[in-house]
Ligand binder design. Structure first.
Ligand code: LCS
Length: 392
């Protein structure tokens, strides 16, 4: 069938209703295992000589629809779904490195990704460097013969710094190092790393892809060869698979991804405009702001600037916490990309596991706050922020 635009593929890709009694939505195959017609068929399936489902840790028809859909959206050959973003990230990295290897990492990653890098370093002898990835020479100076992965978040959680995907992919491809991009903040609707030359995309699907705050899940997109390898090794044998029901919820969430992202983005622009003029907001970091230091990268690789804003209030950590406590509509919660506007304090919440010195290197100040702008009327979101600012 011909390829459609992304807005159409999020609704139709990988599913034909006539195969399932005309059921409009993909059925939920809530089954752990699949029966075989004969012992010989079982033998052929295990030997890989015959296609067919065996056991849901190896594949499930509902999960397959999700995997085909995310692969299409990211423009990759194949997709794989996991029980969490961290399951996707850890299965990917474990498939790419062995003891003695080195990983080059963007200067800032989600707290538990940092935790995974530390675990790899101290338990499995896999070294890493967190570096600013803005200059070609600087990046190249950190590449060693043992560098097997360049791991990048863009936009970076929570500092909203960007990494030039074309630049890192060019370097990675030249030196033969896999480039892995965490595309959680942008989603494939706003940014498609594989088109810039990256090898693998990972997601916390818990966020915008779900969009409704009711699933914890992860996704991976890459070449068919790499996806097959992960499916049969670090996913199958470590076991971080998604449940069919969670896959079904993600299929539902994905259908509205484009229209939700448009609204997140326009709401964020309105809130950011208001923030820039407020005297109690010391600094605001939003890729959609004209004064954002990496506007060129936004223009080059993102369709819109996204729905995440980081900012600092005048005063230190206590003032930031006081501000959060005064909010009424906006919820204090980690996670992001939900219909509800959420706020969190990275230094004591999502990035509390990162030692202070490394947090400073990443740009996470004690008064930094991260706002996930939701789908409510922006005027109501701003009114809540404004009344809380008045009280600090
Ligand atoms: N990558 C990014 C960029 C994330 O923000 C997160 C979670 C993960 C990976 C891990 O995904 P998970 O296993 O939770 O599905 N970020 C969170 C955050 O900022 N607040 O709560 C979780």
């Amino acid at each position: 069938m011909k390829n459609f635009r992304l807005e159409t593929e999020v609704i139709h890709k990988g599913y034909e209703s006539n195969a399932y009694e005309g059921s409009l939505t993909p059925p939920l195959f809530q089954s752990s295992t699949f029966t075989m017609e004969s012992a010989e068929q079982g033998e052929r399936r295990f030997a890989g000589e015959e296609a067919g489902y065996i056991y849901s840790r190896l594949g499930n028809p509902t999960v397959t629809v999700l995997e085909e859909r995310i692969a299409e959206l990211e423009g990759g050959e194949a997709g794989l779904a996991f029980s969490s973003g961290m399951a996707a990230i850890s299965a990917t990295i474990f498939a790419l490195v062995r003891s003695g290897d080195h990983i080059l990492v963007s200067e800032g990653v989600y707290g538990c990704t940092y935790g995974l890098l530390e675990l790899l370093k101290y338990r499995f002898n896999v070294d890493y460097d967190l570096i600013a990835m803005d200059k070609e020479d600087h990046i190249r100076s950190y590449i060693r013969p043992e560098t097997k992965v360049i791991y990048v978040e863009t936009p970076i959680n929570p500092t909203m710094k960007l990494v030039d995907l074309q630049l890192v992919s060019k370097i990675g491809n030249e030196v033969g190092t896999k480039v892995v991009v965490d595309n959680t903040f942008a989603t494939p609707y706003l940014q498609q790393p594989l088109f810039f030359g990256a090898d693998i995309v990972v997601h916390s699907a818990t966020k915008y892809i779900s969009g409704h705050g009711d699933v914890v899940a992860g996704l991976l997109v890459g070449s068919q060869e790499f996806v097959n390898e992960v499916r049969m090794t670090t996913q199958k044998d470590i076991g971080g698979i998604i449940s069919p029901f969670d896959a079904w919820l993600l299929i539902r969430g994905l259908k509205t991804l484009p229209i939700r992202m448009d609204r997140h983005c326009t709401n964020a622009i309105q809130i950011a405009n208001k923030m820039t003029t407020h005297p109690k907001i010391k600094e605001m970091i939003f890729p959609g702001d004209d004064r954002f230091s990496q506007v060129d990268i936004v223009k080059k690789q993102m369709k819109q600037a996204g729905g995440m804003i980081s900012f600092q209030v005048e005063g230190g950590k206590e003032t930031a916490q006081h501000f959060m406590n005064e909010l009424k509509l906006i919820k204090i919660a980690v996670s992001l990309g939900d219909a509800e506007t959420l706020i969190q304090h990275p230094a004591t919440m999502t990035h509390a596991v990162v030692p202070e010195e490394k947090r400073t290197q990443m740009g996470i100040a004690p008064e930094l706050l991260r706002l996930s702008v939701g789908l409510e009327a922006w005027e109501d979101i701003w009114a809540d922020i404004e009344q809380a600012l008045e009280k600090i």
